[in-house]
Design a protein around this ligand. Sequence first.
Ligand SMILES: Cc1cc2nc3c(=O)[nH]c(=O)nc-3n(C[C@H](O)[C@H](O)[C@H](O)COP(=O)(O)O)c2cc1C
Length: 198
Amino acid sequence: MPRVLLLFPRLNNFVFFGVYEPLVLEILSAIAKEESCEVELIDLREHPLPFFDEIASNRWMPSRNPEAIRWQQTIGRFDGFIFVVAEYNHSITSALKNALDQSYKEWNRKPFTAIGYGGVGAARAIEHLRQIAIELQMVSTHASVNIGGGDYMAVHPMFGKKPIEDIEANLLPATKTALDDLAWWARATMAARAAEAA
Ligand SMILES: Cc1cc2nc3c(=O)[nH]c(=O)nc-3n(C[C@H](O)[C@H](O)[C@H](O)COP(=O)(O)O)c2cc1C
């Protein structure tokens, strides 16, 4: 059964994702049951990584920082990833980039999808994430979840203040497609990695 990590790279208080989190977890756990995958949530604050301070990535030499090593071990336990993406200056946040940089081998030949939010549903940041992931030898799902413009403002706790359930119907189809896609790639790459290791 594929094990999927939902990575929640809290940078600040995640004002928006804070309200969306219970709904996303409910939707994801229902879909994961249908897809026979296990989804585990990790808040990056459980992994207090320094800014990258190694000589090279662990593609070339073992890392020295104990937190980096613990992070690599965590990533190594999973077969696929769902990144929660807030858009900062049209890219991913520095917290997510640092978390990606701190591991190499453990990301390789594994799939990911993304749940983004912001002006254009973090679409620009997710495209950037896809470019970064090529170097990490990951495979991106075609689909992603983009909570954009109107929906984002409608339920934002500082602006529209509407209940999150108001946008649930808009999110469900994209979340289902993204997770279907992720589960397919997770099973395919797990089988391929196992065949290669045999
Ligand atoms: C430095 C900075 C840059 C930002 N750049 C963008 C951006 O390029 N596009 C966008 O849609 N939102 C941008 N935002 C808004 C954040 O995506 C927004 O505040 C988001 O809701 C942060 O997540 P949170 O509300 O869960 O804390 C930016 C915010 C900050 C602080």
